[in-house]
Design a protein around this ligand. Sequence first.
Ligand SMILES: Nc1ncnc2c1ncn2[C@@H]1O[C@H](COP(=O)(O)OP(=O)(O)OP(=O)(O)O)[C@@H](O)[C@H]1O
Length: 594
Amino acid sequence: MKDLGYLNKYLLKYKFHLIFGALFIIIANFFAIVPAVIVRYAFDILQRSYGIFSSFEGFELQENTIGIIGSSIIILAVLILASALLRGVFLFFMRQTIIVMSRRIEYDLKNEIFEHYQTLPLSFYRRNNTGDLMARISEDVSKVRMYIGPAIMYGINLFTLFVMVIPYMISINPTLTFYSLLPLPILSVSIYFVSNVINKRSTEIQESLSGLSTYVQEAFSGIRVIKAFVREEEVAKNFETESVEYRDRSLRLAFVQALFMPLIMALIGLSVILTVWVGSIQVFNGEVSTGNIAEFIIYVNMLTWPVTALGWITSIIQRAAASQRRINEFLDTKTDIVSKKNVEKEIEGHLVFDKVNFTYPDSGIQALKNVSFEVKPGESIAIVGTTGSGKSTIANMVCRLYDIDNGKIEIDHVAVEDYNISSLRSQIGYVPQDVFLFSDTIENNISFGNRKMSKEEIEKAAEDADLLNNIKDFKEGFQTRLGERGITLSGGQKQRVSIARAIAREPKILILDDALSAVDTKTENAILNAMQRIMQGRTSIIISHRVSSAKLADKIVMLDDGRVVEQGTHDDLLNNNGAYKELHDKQLAGEEVA
Ligand SMILES: Nc1ncnc2c1ncn2[C@@H]1O[C@H](COP(=O)(O)OP(=O)(O)OP(=O)(O)O)[C@@H](O)[C@H]1O
Protein backbone atom coordinates (compact mmCIF):
# COMPACT_ATOMS: atom_id res chain seq x y z
CA MET A 1 0.00 0.00 0.00
CA LYS A 2 2.89 2.30 0.85
CA ASP A 3 4.00 2.02 -2.76
CA LEU A 4 0.71 3.41 -4.02
CA GLY A 5 1.44 6.55 -2.00
CA TYR A 6 3.58 7.59 -4.95
CA LEU A 7 0.38 8.28 -6.87
CA ASN A 8 -0.94 10.77 -4.33
CA LYS A 9 0.76 13.62 -6.16
CA TYR A 10 -1.35 12.78 -9.20
CA LEU A 11 -4.55 12.46 -7.16
CA LEU A 12 -3.76 15.90 -5.78
CA LYS A 13 -3.23 17.22 -9.29
CA TYR A 14 -6.65 15.95 -10.36
CA LYS A 15 -8.38 16.64 -7.04
CA PHE A 16 -11.36 18.36 -8.67
CA HIS A 17 -12.09 15.30 -10.78
CA LEU A 18 -12.01 13.23 -7.61
CA ILE A 19 -14.19 15.57 -5.53
CA PHE A 20 -16.81 16.01 -8.24
CA GLY A 21 -16.70 12.30 -8.98
CA ALA A 22 -17.48 11.50 -5.33
CA LEU A 23 -20.32 14.04 -5.37
CA PHE A 24 -21.83 12.51 -8.49
CA ILE A 25 -21.64 9.05 -6.91
CA ILE A 26 -23.60 10.28 -3.87
CA ILE A 27 -26.28 11.89 -6.07
CA ALA A 28 -26.51 8.80 -8.30
CA ASN A 29 -26.97 6.61 -5.22
CA PHE A 30 -29.67 8.89 -3.90
CA PHE A 31 -31.62 8.35 -7.13
CA ALA A 32 -31.03 4.62 -6.77
CA ILE A 33 -32.69 4.59 -3.33
CA VAL A 34 -35.72 6.66 -4.37
CA PRO A 35 -37.33 3.91 -6.54
CA ALA A 36 -37.09 1.42 -3.66
CA VAL A 37 -39.03 3.77 -1.39
CA ILE A 38 -41.58 4.36 -4.16
CA VAL A 39 -42.04 0.62 -4.68
CA ARG A 40 -42.75 0.26 -0.96
CA TYR A 41 -45.41 3.02 -1.22
CA ALA A 42 -46.92 1.33 -4.25
CA PHE A 43 -47.15 -2.02 -2.46
CA ASP A 44 -48.62 -0.45 0.66
CA ILE A 45 -51.14 1.58 -1.37
CA LEU A 46 -52.18 -1.56 -3.19
CA GLN A 47 -52.62 -3.53 0.02
CA ARG A 48 -54.65 -0.83 1.75
CA SER A 49 -56.72 -0.08 -1.37
CA TYR A 50 -57.56 -3.75 -1.73
CA GLY A 51 -59.51 -3.60 1.56
CA ILE A 52 -61.42 -0.49 0.40
CA PHE A 53 -61.94 -2.04 -3.05
CA SER A 54 -63.45 -5.21 -1.52
CA SER A 55 -65.78 -3.25 0.76
CA PHE A 56 -67.32 -1.55 -2.31
CA GLU A 57 -68.26 -4.95 -3.77
CA GLY A 58 -71.47 -4.54 -5.85
CA PHE A 59 -71.34 -0.69 -5.74
CA GLU A 60 -70.57 1.66 -8.61
CA LEU A 61 -67.89 3.27 -6.45
CA GLN A 62 -65.73 0.17 -6.99
CA GLU A 63 -65.06 1.35 -10.57
CA ASN A 64 -63.90 4.78 -9.33
CA THR A 65 -61.56 3.17 -6.78
CA ILE A 66 -59.82 1.27 -9.57
CA GLY A 67 -59.34 4.56 -11.45
CA ILE A 68 -57.88 6.34 -8.41
CA ILE A 69 -55.51 3.45 -7.58
CA GLY A 70 -54.45 3.15 -11.23
CA SER A 71 -53.57 6.83 -11.56
CA SER A 72 -51.60 6.79 -8.26
CA ILE A 73 -49.58 3.81 -9.52
CA ILE A 74 -48.92 5.57 -12.84
CA ILE A 75 -47.62 8.65 -11.01
CA LEU A 76 -45.33 6.44 -8.92
CA ALA A 77 -44.13 4.62 -12.06
CA VAL A 78 -43.29 7.96 -13.71
CA LEU A 79 -41.36 8.96 -10.58
CA ILE A 80 -39.41 5.67 -10.73
CA LEU A 81 -38.58 6.28 -14.39
CA ALA A 82 -37.49 9.85 -13.67
CA SER A 83 -35.21 8.63 -10.84
CA ALA A 84 -33.69 5.96 -13.07
CA LEU A 85 -33.06 8.56 -15.74
CA LEU A 86 -31.45 10.99 -13.31
CA ARG A 87 -29.36 8.18 -11.84
CA GLY A 88 -28.15 7.34 -15.33
CA VAL A 89 -27.17 10.96 -15.96
CA PHE A 90 -25.14 11.13 -12.75
CA LEU A 91 -23.51 7.75 -13.38
CA PHE A 92 -22.39 9.17 -16.71
CA PHE A 93 -20.88 12.19 -14.91
CA MET A 94 -19.25 9.86 -12.37
CA ARG A 95 -17.41 7.94 -15.09
CA GLN A 96 -16.60 11.14 -16.94
CA THR A 97 -14.78 12.48 -13.89
CA ILE A 98 -13.17 9.49 -12.20
CA ILE A 99 -12.39 7.29 -15.21
CA VAL A 100 -11.17 10.36 -17.13
CA MET A 101 -8.93 11.17 -14.16
CA SER A 102 -7.50 7.64 -14.23
CA ARG A 103 -6.77 7.88 -17.96
CA ARG A 104 -5.01 11.21 -17.48
CA ILE A 105 -2.92 9.86 -14.62
CA GLU A 106 -2.07 6.83 -16.76
CA TYR A 107 -0.85 9.17 -19.50
CA ASP A 108 1.18 11.29 -17.05
CA LEU A 109 2.72 8.24 -15.40
CA LYS A 110 3.70 6.67 -18.72
CA ASN A 111 5.40 9.89 -19.76
CA GLU A 112 7.15 10.18 -16.43
CA ILE A 113 8.50 6.63 -16.69
CA PHE A 114 9.56 7.08 -20.32
CA GLU A 115 11.36 10.34 -19.59
CA HIS A 116 13.04 8.73 -16.62
CA TYR A 117 14.18 5.79 -18.74
CA GLN A 118 15.91 8.21 -21.07
CA THR A 119 18.02 9.66 -18.26
CA LEU A 120 19.33 6.25 -17.19
CA PRO A 121 22.81 5.11 -18.15
CA LEU A 122 23.68 2.29 -20.57
CA SER A 123 24.56 0.00 -17.67
CA PHE A 124 20.89 0.11 -16.64
CA TYR A 125 19.83 -1.10 -20.08
CA ARG A 126 22.31 -3.92 -19.92
CA ARG A 127 20.95 -5.06 -16.57
CA ASN A 128 17.28 -4.95 -17.59
CA ASN A 129 15.92 -6.47 -20.75
CA THR A 130 13.66 -4.61 -23.14
CA GLY A 131 10.68 -6.82 -22.28
CA ASP A 132 10.96 -5.77 -18.65
CA LEU A 133 11.16 -2.08 -19.54
CA MET A 134 8.12 -2.41 -21.78
CA ALA A 135 6.14 -4.39 -19.21
CA ARG A 136 6.54 -1.66 -16.61
CA ILE A 137 5.44 1.10 -18.90
CA SER A 138 2.46 -0.81 -20.31
CA GLU A 139 1.15 -3.67 -18.15
CA ASP A 140 2.18 -2.31 -14.77
CA VAL A 141 0.82 1.16 -15.55
CA SER A 142 -2.48 -0.42 -16.68
CA LYS A 143 -2.76 -2.29 -13.40
CA VAL A 144 -2.06 0.90 -11.48
CA ARG A 145 -4.77 2.64 -13.51
CA MET A 146 -7.27 0.02 -12.38
CA TYR A 147 -6.61 1.26 -8.86
CA ILE A 148 -6.92 4.97 -9.64
CA GLY A 149 -10.00 4.45 -11.78
CA PRO A 150 -12.38 1.55 -11.10
CA ALA A 151 -11.08 0.70 -7.60
CA ILE A 152 -11.43 4.25 -6.30
CA MET A 153 -14.76 4.71 -8.07
CA TYR A 154 -16.33 1.51 -6.79
CA GLY A 155 -14.71 2.07 -3.39
CA ILE A 156 -16.42 5.45 -2.97
CA ASN A 157 -19.62 3.98 -4.37
CA LEU A 158 -19.57 1.13 -1.86
CA PHE A 159 -18.85 3.43 1.05
CA THR A 160 -21.54 6.01 0.23
CA LEU A 161 -24.14 3.35 -0.55
CA PHE A 162 -23.45 1.61 2.76
CA VAL A 163 -23.66 4.87 4.68
CA MET A 164 -26.89 5.83 2.93
CA VAL A 165 -28.72 2.49 2.76
CA ILE A 166 -27.78 0.37 5.77
CA PRO A 167 -28.74 2.87 8.53
CA TYR A 168 -32.01 3.43 6.68
CA MET A 169 -32.67 -0.32 6.50
CA ILE A 170 -31.86 -0.70 10.20
CA SER A 171 -34.26 2.16 11.02
CA ILE A 172 -37.03 0.17 9.28
CA ASN A 173 -36.24 -3.19 10.84
CA PRO A 174 -32.90 -4.35 12.29
CA THR A 175 -33.76 -8.07 12.22
CA LEU A 176 -34.79 -8.06 8.59
CA THR A 177 -31.69 -6.03 7.78
CA PHE A 178 -29.47 -8.57 9.52
CA TYR A 179 -30.90 -11.58 7.68
CA SER A 180 -31.10 -9.99 4.27
CA LEU A 181 -27.45 -8.84 4.43
CA LEU A 182 -26.12 -12.06 5.96
CA PRO A 183 -24.93 -13.70 2.69
CA LEU A 184 -23.20 -10.54 1.45
CA PRO A 185 -19.93 -10.84 3.44
CA ILE A 186 -19.67 -14.45 2.22
CA LEU A 187 -20.15 -13.13 -1.29
CA SER A 188 -17.40 -10.57 -0.84
CA VAL A 189 -14.88 -13.03 0.58
CA SER A 190 -15.62 -15.63 -2.12
CA ILE A 191 -15.25 -13.03 -4.86
CA TYR A 192 -11.91 -12.02 -3.36
CA PHE A 193 -10.62 -15.57 -3.60
CA VAL A 194 -12.10 -16.21 -7.04
CA SER A 195 -10.67 -12.97 -8.44
CA ASN A 196 -7.27 -13.80 -6.97
CA VAL A 197 -7.31 -17.12 -8.78
CA ILE A 198 -8.48 -15.35 -11.95
CA ASN A 199 -5.67 -12.81 -11.64
CA LYS A 200 -3.07 -15.48 -11.05
CA ARG A 201 -4.21 -17.42 -14.07
CA SER A 202 -4.43 -14.27 -16.20
CA THR A 203 -0.83 -13.44 -15.29
CA GLU A 204 0.22 -16.94 -16.33
CA ILE A 205 -1.58 -16.46 -19.63
CA GLN A 206 0.10 -13.09 -20.06
CA GLU A 207 3.48 -14.75 -19.53
CA SER A 208 2.65 -17.47 -22.04
CA LEU A 209 1.50 -14.89 -24.50
CA SER A 210 4.63 -12.79 -24.17
CA GLY A 211 6.77 -15.94 -24.51
CA LEU A 212 4.79 -16.84 -27.59
CA SER A 213 5.13 -13.40 -29.18
CA THR A 214 8.84 -13.16 -28.38
CA TYR A 215 9.25 -16.56 -30.04
CA VAL A 216 7.30 -15.53 -33.13
CA GLN A 217 9.12 -12.21 -33.36
CA GLU A 218 12.51 -13.87 -33.17
CA ALA A 219 11.49 -16.58 -35.63
CA PHE A 220 10.48 -14.02 -38.22
CA SER A 221 13.45 -11.71 -37.61
CA GLY A 222 15.73 -14.68 -38.11
CA ILE A 223 13.70 -16.18 -40.97
CA ARG A 224 16.70 -16.06 -43.29
CA VAL A 225 18.79 -18.16 -40.93
CA ILE A 226 15.89 -20.55 -40.30
CA LYS A 227 15.34 -21.11 -44.01
CA ALA A 228 19.04 -21.37 -44.80
CA PHE A 229 19.50 -24.03 -42.12
CA VAL A 230 16.18 -25.77 -43.01
CA ARG A 231 14.89 -25.58 -39.44
CA GLU A 232 11.25 -24.69 -40.33
CA GLU A 233 9.83 -27.93 -38.92
CA GLU A 234 11.62 -27.64 -35.63
CA VAL A 235 10.59 -23.99 -35.27
CA ALA A 236 6.97 -24.92 -36.00
CA LYS A 237 7.13 -27.71 -33.39
CA ASN A 238 8.46 -25.32 -30.77
CA PHE A 239 5.71 -22.89 -31.64
CA GLU A 240 3.14 -25.62 -31.15
CA THR A 241 4.55 -26.48 -27.72
CA GLU A 242 4.27 -22.84 -26.67
CA SER A 243 0.75 -22.61 -28.11
CA VAL A 244 -0.41 -25.72 -26.28
CA GLU A 245 0.74 -24.20 -23.02
CA TYR A 246 -1.13 -21.01 -23.83
CA ARG A 247 -4.30 -22.94 -24.72
CA ASP A 248 -4.21 -25.02 -21.54
CA ARG A 249 -3.74 -21.99 -19.36
CA SER A 250 -6.61 -20.21 -21.13
CA LEU A 251 -8.89 -23.18 -20.51
CA ARG A 252 -7.98 -23.17 -16.83
CA LEU A 253 -8.91 -19.51 -16.66
CA ALA A 254 -12.19 -20.08 -18.51
CA PHE A 255 -13.14 -22.68 -15.86
CA VAL A 256 -12.70 -20.27 -12.94
CA GLN A 257 -14.38 -17.44 -14.84
CA ALA A 258 -17.37 -19.69 -15.42
CA LEU A 259 -17.74 -20.02 -11.64
CA PHE A 260 -17.90 -16.28 -11.14
CA MET A 261 -21.48 -15.46 -12.19
CA PRO A 262 -23.18 -18.58 -10.76
CA LEU A 263 -21.55 -17.82 -7.42
CA ILE A 264 -22.92 -14.29 -7.39
CA MET A 265 -26.37 -15.40 -8.52
CA ALA A 266 -26.56 -18.14 -5.89
CA LEU A 267 -25.69 -15.80 -3.05
CA ILE A 268 -28.10 -13.10 -4.25
CA GLY A 269 -30.81 -15.76 -4.46
CA LEU A 270 -30.02 -16.78 -0.89
CA SER A 271 -30.38 -13.14 0.24
CA VAL A 272 -33.75 -12.81 -1.48
CA ILE A 273 -35.04 -16.06 0.04
CA LEU A 274 -33.95 -14.97 3.52
CA THR A 275 -35.56 -11.54 3.06
CA VAL A 276 -38.87 -13.00 1.92
CA TRP A 277 -38.87 -15.68 4.60
CA VAL A 278 -37.88 -13.52 7.59
CA GLY A 279 -39.94 -10.61 6.13
CA SER A 280 -43.12 -12.74 5.87
CA ILE A 281 -42.82 -13.86 9.49
CA GLN A 282 -42.52 -10.21 10.48
CA VAL A 283 -45.49 -9.19 8.33
CA PHE A 284 -47.58 -11.73 10.23
CA ASN A 285 -46.23 -10.29 13.49
CA GLY A 286 -47.26 -6.85 12.22
CA GLU A 287 -43.69 -5.49 12.44
CA VAL A 288 -43.23 -4.62 8.74
CA SER A 289 -45.47 -4.19 5.72
CA THR A 290 -45.34 -6.26 2.51
CA GLY A 291 -44.04 -3.09 0.86
CA ASN A 292 -40.99 -3.31 3.13
CA ILE A 293 -40.17 -6.78 1.80
CA ALA A 294 -40.24 -5.50 -1.78
CA GLU A 295 -38.14 -2.51 -0.72
CA PHE A 296 -35.56 -4.74 1.00
CA ILE A 297 -35.23 -7.00 -2.02
CA ILE A 298 -34.36 -3.93 -4.08
CA TYR A 299 -31.78 -2.82 -1.46
CA VAL A 300 -30.18 -6.25 -1.41
CA ASN A 301 -29.85 -6.17 -5.18
CA MET A 302 -28.52 -2.64 -4.99
CA LEU A 303 -25.85 -3.64 -2.45
CA THR A 304 -24.84 -6.83 -4.25
CA TRP A 305 -22.62 -5.27 -6.88
CA PRO A 306 -20.70 -2.98 -4.48
CA VAL A 307 -20.20 -5.88 -2.08
CA THR A 308 -19.03 -8.07 -4.97
CA ALA A 309 -16.79 -5.21 -5.98
CA LEU A 310 -15.23 -5.14 -2.50
CA GLY A 311 -13.50 -8.47 -3.11
CA TRP A 312 -12.57 -7.35 -6.57
CA ILE A 313 -11.30 -3.93 -5.37
CA THR A 314 -9.10 -5.59 -2.74
CA SER A 315 -7.48 -7.75 -5.35
CA ILE A 316 -7.06 -4.81 -7.78
CA ILE A 317 -5.38 -2.79 -5.04
CA GLN A 318 -3.01 -5.62 -4.21
CA ARG A 319 -2.01 -6.04 -7.83
CA ALA A 320 -1.68 -2.28 -8.33
CA ALA A 321 0.57 -2.06 -5.26
CA ALA A 322 2.81 -4.81 -6.64
CA SER A 323 2.97 -3.04 -10.02
CA GLN A 324 3.66 0.34 -8.48
CA ARG A 325 6.46 -1.25 -6.43
CA ARG A 326 8.05 -2.43 -9.66
CA ILE A 327 7.59 0.99 -11.26
CA ASN A 328 9.04 2.74 -8.20
CA GLU A 329 12.07 0.44 -8.36
CA PHE A 330 12.90 1.94 -11.78
CA LEU A 331 11.90 5.47 -10.86
CA ASP A 332 14.17 5.30 -7.81
CA THR A 333 17.11 4.19 -9.96
CA LYS A 334 19.06 7.35 -10.58
CA THR A 335 21.75 7.84 -13.15
CA ASP A 336 25.24 8.08 -11.70
CA ILE A 337 26.43 9.89 -14.83
CA VAL A 338 25.81 13.42 -13.66
CA SER A 339 27.71 16.55 -14.47
CA LYS A 340 29.90 17.89 -11.69
CA LYS A 341 30.10 21.48 -12.86
CA ASN A 342 27.60 21.63 -15.70
CA VAL A 343 30.04 23.39 -18.03
CA GLU A 344 28.31 24.40 -21.24
CA LYS A 345 30.60 25.73 -23.90
CA GLU A 346 31.47 25.34 -27.51
CA ILE A 347 34.34 22.89 -27.66
CA GLU A 348 37.32 23.00 -29.99
CA GLY A 349 38.08 19.31 -29.74
CA HIS A 350 41.38 19.06 -27.87
CA LEU A 351 41.12 15.55 -26.45
CA VAL A 352 43.44 14.07 -23.84
CA PHE A 353 43.34 10.58 -22.30
CA ASP A 354 45.70 10.41 -19.35
CA LYS A 355 46.39 7.01 -17.73
CA VAL A 356 42.76 5.98 -18.12
CA ASN A 357 41.60 2.74 -16.55
CA PHE A 358 38.13 1.41 -17.04
CA THR A 359 36.31 -1.75 -16.01
CA TYR A 360 32.79 -2.54 -17.26
CA PRO A 361 30.67 -2.60 -14.10
CA ASP A 362 28.43 -5.49 -15.16
CA SER A 363 31.00 -7.86 -16.65
CA GLY A 364 33.98 -6.89 -14.52
CA ILE A 365 36.13 -6.86 -17.68
CA GLN A 366 38.90 -4.28 -17.55
CA ALA A 367 38.66 -2.85 -21.05
CA LEU A 368 41.16 0.01 -20.73
CA LYS A 369 44.49 -0.19 -18.94
CA ASN A 370 46.52 2.96 -18.42
CA VAL A 371 45.52 4.40 -21.78
CA SER A 372 47.09 7.76 -22.67
CA PHE A 373 47.01 9.73 -25.91
CA GLU A 374 46.34 13.24 -27.10
CA VAL A 375 44.52 14.65 -30.14
CA LYS A 376 44.84 18.34 -30.96
CA PRO A 377 41.83 20.29 -32.27
CA GLY A 378 41.21 19.44 -35.91
CA GLU A 379 43.54 16.44 -35.87
CA SER A 380 42.49 12.94 -36.71
CA ILE A 381 43.46 9.88 -34.76
CA ALA A 382 43.00 6.26 -35.74
CA ILE A 383 42.55 3.59 -33.11
CA VAL A 384 43.44 0.13 -34.35
CA GLY A 385 43.71 -3.18 -32.63
CA THR A 386 42.43 -6.71 -32.48
CA THR A 387 38.86 -7.70 -31.57
CA GLY A 388 38.03 -6.91 -27.96
CA SER A 389 41.12 -4.75 -27.48
CA GLY A 390 39.05 -1.82 -26.16
CA LYS A 391 38.58 0.39 -29.24
CA SER A 392 34.83 0.91 -28.91
CA THR A 393 35.28 1.45 -25.19
CA ILE A 394 37.32 4.56 -26.00
CA ALA A 395 34.36 5.92 -28.01
CA ASN A 396 32.04 5.19 -25.07
CA MET A 397 34.34 7.12 -22.78
CA VAL A 398 34.50 10.20 -25.02
CA CYS A 399 30.70 10.36 -25.17
CA ARG A 400 30.66 9.71 -21.41
CA LEU A 401 28.36 6.74 -21.69
CA TYR A 402 30.29 5.35 -18.73
CA ASP A 403 32.55 6.92 -16.10
CA ILE A 404 36.17 5.84 -15.89
CA ASP A 405 37.68 4.16 -12.82
CA ASN A 406 40.68 6.46 -12.62
CA GLY A 407 42.95 8.61 -14.76
CA LYS A 408 41.71 11.66 -16.64
CA ILE A 409 39.83 12.41 -19.85
CA GLU A 410 39.86 16.06 -20.80
CA ILE A 411 38.32 17.98 -23.66
CA ASP A 412 39.77 21.49 -24.06
CA HIS A 413 41.41 21.10 -20.63
CA VAL A 414 38.07 20.49 -18.91
CA ALA A 415 37.38 17.04 -17.46
CA VAL A 416 34.51 15.29 -19.30
CA GLU A 417 32.69 14.83 -15.98
CA ASP A 418 32.47 18.61 -15.66
CA TYR A 419 30.61 19.15 -18.93
CA ASN A 420 26.89 19.42 -19.15
CA ILE A 421 26.18 15.99 -20.65
CA SER A 422 23.68 17.06 -23.31
CA SER A 423 25.86 19.98 -24.37
CA LEU A 424 28.91 17.70 -24.69
CA ARG A 425 27.09 14.93 -26.56
CA SER A 426 25.42 17.37 -28.93
CA GLN A 427 28.88 18.45 -30.12
CA ILE A 428 29.99 14.90 -30.84
CA GLY A 429 29.05 13.03 -34.01
CA TYR A 430 29.04 9.33 -33.24
CA VAL A 431 28.79 6.56 -35.79
CA PRO A 432 28.36 3.41 -33.71
CA GLN A 433 29.65 0.02 -34.70
CA ASP A 434 26.23 -1.62 -34.76
CA VAL A 435 24.27 0.68 -37.00
CA PHE A 436 20.81 1.51 -35.80
CA LEU A 437 18.39 3.31 -38.10
CA PHE A 438 14.80 4.23 -37.29
CA SER A 439 11.81 2.99 -39.30
CA ASP A 440 11.40 6.43 -40.81
CA THR A 441 12.38 8.28 -43.97
CA ILE A 442 16.03 8.62 -44.98
CA GLU A 443 15.67 12.37 -44.53
CA ASN A 444 14.44 12.05 -40.94
CA ASN A 445 17.15 9.53 -40.16
CA ILE A 446 19.83 11.93 -41.36
CA SER A 447 18.38 14.96 -39.57
CA PHE A 448 17.83 12.95 -36.37
CA GLY A 449 20.47 14.86 -34.39
CA ASN A 450 18.96 18.23 -35.24
CA ARG A 451 15.44 18.34 -36.56
CA LYS A 452 15.76 21.92 -37.80
CA MET A 453 18.19 21.03 -40.57
CA SER A 454 17.62 22.49 -44.05
CA LYS A 455 17.18 20.28 -47.13
CA GLU A 456 20.55 21.48 -48.46
CA GLU A 457 22.34 20.50 -45.25
CA ILE A 458 20.78 17.03 -45.36
CA GLU A 459 21.79 16.62 -49.00
CA LYS A 460 25.32 17.79 -48.27
CA ALA A 461 25.68 15.28 -45.45
CA ALA A 462 24.43 12.51 -47.75
CA GLU A 463 26.88 13.58 -50.44
CA ASP A 464 29.80 13.61 -48.01
CA ALA A 465 28.87 10.13 -46.84
CA ASP A 466 28.92 9.01 -50.52
CA LEU A 467 25.24 8.22 -50.34
CA LEU A 468 23.66 10.75 -52.66
CA ASN A 469 23.80 8.56 -55.76
CA ASN A 470 22.15 5.66 -53.95
CA ILE A 471 19.37 7.90 -52.69
CA LYS A 472 18.78 9.29 -56.16
CA ASP A 473 18.24 5.74 -57.40
CA PHE A 474 15.37 5.27 -54.95
CA LYS A 475 11.98 6.22 -56.37
CA GLU A 476 11.07 8.41 -53.45
CA GLY A 477 14.57 9.81 -52.88
CA PHE A 478 15.05 11.24 -49.41
CA GLN A 479 11.46 10.37 -48.54
CA THR A 480 12.16 6.64 -48.93
CA ARG A 481 11.10 4.83 -45.79
CA LEU A 482 13.52 2.44 -44.13
CA GLY A 483 12.89 -0.54 -41.92
CA GLU A 484 9.92 -2.80 -41.42
CA ARG A 485 7.50 -1.26 -43.87
CA GLY A 486 10.15 0.34 -46.03
CA ILE A 487 13.11 -0.77 -48.02
CA THR A 488 16.03 -2.75 -46.71
CA LEU A 489 19.37 -1.07 -47.21
CA SER A 490 22.55 -3.02 -47.74
CA GLY A 491 24.99 -3.16 -44.82
CA GLY A 492 27.26 -0.57 -46.46
CA GLN A 493 24.34 1.75 -47.28
CA LYS A 494 23.15 1.58 -43.68
CA GLN A 495 26.60 2.51 -42.44
CA ARG A 496 26.65 5.49 -44.78
CA VAL A 497 23.25 6.75 -43.58
CA SER A 498 24.62 6.45 -40.08
CA ILE A 499 27.70 8.47 -41.11
CA ALA A 500 25.51 11.10 -42.80
CA ARG A 501 23.47 11.38 -39.60
CA ALA A 502 26.61 11.99 -37.55
CA ILE A 503 28.19 14.55 -39.84
CA ALA A 504 24.94 16.40 -40.59
CA ARG A 505 24.94 17.93 -37.13
CA GLU A 506 28.40 19.44 -37.82
CA PRO A 507 30.05 17.99 -34.73
CA LYS A 508 33.29 19.22 -33.20
CA ILE A 509 34.41 15.68 -32.51
CA LEU A 510 33.58 12.95 -34.99
CA ILE A 511 33.84 9.32 -33.92
CA LEU A 512 33.65 6.58 -36.54
CA ASP A 513 33.50 3.25 -34.75
CA ASP A 514 34.36 0.67 -37.38
CA ALA A 515 31.94 2.64 -39.51
CA LEU A 516 33.30 1.46 -42.82
CA SER A 517 33.64 -2.25 -42.09
CA ALA A 518 30.76 -3.15 -44.42
CA VAL A 519 32.07 -1.27 -47.45
CA ASP A 520 34.88 -2.39 -49.70
CA THR A 521 38.29 -0.74 -49.52
CA LYS A 522 37.58 1.32 -52.64
CA THR A 523 34.37 2.83 -51.24
CA GLU A 524 36.11 3.22 -47.89
CA ASN A 525 38.76 5.37 -49.51
CA ALA A 526 36.14 7.31 -51.47
CA ILE A 527 34.20 8.06 -48.29
CA LEU A 528 37.26 8.96 -46.30
CA ASN A 529 38.48 11.28 -49.07
CA ALA A 530 35.05 12.91 -49.34
CA MET A 531 35.08 13.29 -45.61
CA GLN A 532 38.41 15.11 -45.60
CA ARG A 533 36.45 18.33 -46.04
CA ILE A 534 34.23 17.59 -43.05
CA MET A 535 37.06 16.35 -40.92
CA GLN A 536 38.84 19.62 -41.45
CA GLY A 537 38.58 21.76 -38.36
CA ARG A 538 37.13 18.81 -36.44
CA THR A 539 38.75 16.28 -34.23
CA SER A 540 38.16 12.85 -35.71
CA ILE A 541 38.53 9.49 -34.06
CA ILE A 542 38.55 6.65 -36.56
CA ILE A 543 38.22 3.26 -34.95
CA SER A 544 39.03 0.44 -37.32
CA HIS A 545 40.29 -3.04 -37.85
CA ARG A 546 41.76 -1.95 -41.12
CA VAL A 547 45.08 -0.27 -41.68
CA SER A 548 43.65 1.22 -44.90
CA SER A 549 41.31 3.44 -42.82
CA ALA A 550 43.97 4.21 -40.26
CA LYS A 551 46.71 5.40 -42.53
CA LEU A 552 44.82 8.57 -43.51
CA ALA A 553 44.81 9.74 -39.89
CA ASP A 554 47.36 12.18 -38.48
CA LYS A 555 48.09 9.82 -35.67
CA ILE A 556 47.56 6.14 -34.94
CA VAL A 557 47.10 4.42 -31.59
CA MET A 558 47.52 0.67 -31.57
CA LEU A 559 45.69 -1.16 -28.78
CA ASP A 560 46.13 -4.67 -27.50
CA ASP A 561 44.14 -6.11 -24.61
CA GLY A 562 43.17 -2.62 -23.39
CA ARG A 563 46.73 -1.26 -23.50
CA VAL A 564 48.34 1.17 -25.90
CA VAL A 565 51.16 -0.81 -27.45
CA GLU A 566 52.25 1.73 -30.05
CA GLN A 567 51.40 5.22 -31.18
CA GLY A 568 52.64 7.62 -33.87
CA THR A 569 52.10 8.42 -37.53
CA HIS A 570 51.59 5.71 -40.13
CA ASP A 571 55.19 6.08 -41.31
CA ASP A 572 56.58 6.11 -37.75
CA LEU A 573 54.76 2.90 -36.93
CA LEU A 574 55.85 1.19 -40.12
CA ASN A 575 59.44 2.08 -39.28
CA ASN A 576 58.94 0.73 -35.74
CA ASN A 577 58.54 -2.75 -37.14
CA GLY A 578 56.10 -3.60 -34.34
CA ALA A 579 52.53 -4.83 -34.07
CA TYR A 580 51.19 -2.20 -36.49
CA LYS A 581 53.67 -3.13 -39.20
CA GLU A 582 52.74 -6.76 -38.70
CA LEU A 583 49.02 -5.96 -39.09
CA HIS A 584 49.76 -3.77 -42.11
CA ASP A 585 51.72 -6.46 -43.90
CA LYS A 586 49.11 -9.09 -43.13
CA GLN A 587 46.26 -6.97 -44.49
CA LEU A 588 48.25 -5.88 -47.53
CA ALA A 589 48.98 -9.49 -48.36
CA GLY A 590 45.28 -10.33 -47.88
CA GLU A 591 44.23 -7.58 -50.27
CA GLU A 592 46.72 -8.67 -52.92
CA VAL A 593 45.42 -12.22 -52.78
CA ALA A 594 41.86 -10.90 -53.03
N1 LIG B 1 28.83 -3.01 -22.42
C1 LIG B 1 29.75 -3.87 -22.03
N2 LIG B 1 29.63 -4.48 -20.84
C2 LIG B 1 30.57 -5.34 -20.42
N3 LIG B 1 31.69 -5.65 -21.08
C3 LIG B 1 31.88 -5.07 -22.28
C4 LIG B 1 30.90 -4.16 -22.81
N4 LIG B 1 31.35 -3.73 -24.01
C5 LIG B 1 32.53 -4.34 -24.22
N5 LIG B 1 32.85 -5.15 -23.19
C6 LIG B 1 34.10 -5.94 -23.06
O1 LIG B 1 35.18 -5.03 -23.05
C7 LIG B 1 36.25 -5.47 -23.88
C8 LIG B 1 36.56 -4.42 -24.93
O2 LIG B 1 35.47 -4.31 -25.80
P1 LIG B 1 35.41 -3.28 -27.00
O3 LIG B 1 34.02 -3.30 -27.52
O4 LIG B 1 35.94 -1.97 -26.56
O5 LIG B 1 36.39 -3.95 -28.04
P2 LIG B 1 36.73 -3.52 -29.52
O6 LIG B 1 38.19 -3.33 -29.57
O7 LIG B 1 35.90 -2.40 -29.96
O8 LIG B 1 36.34 -4.86 -30.28
P3 LIG B 1 35.74 -5.01 -31.77
O9 LIG B 1 36.79 -4.59 -32.71
O10 LIG B 1 35.44 -6.48 -31.87
O11 LIG B 1 34.54 -4.17 -31.81
C9 LIG B 1 35.79 -6.79 -24.47
O12 LIG B 1 36.42 -7.82 -23.73
C10 LIG B 1 34.29 -6.84 -24.26
O13 LIG B 1 33.87 -8.14 -23.96
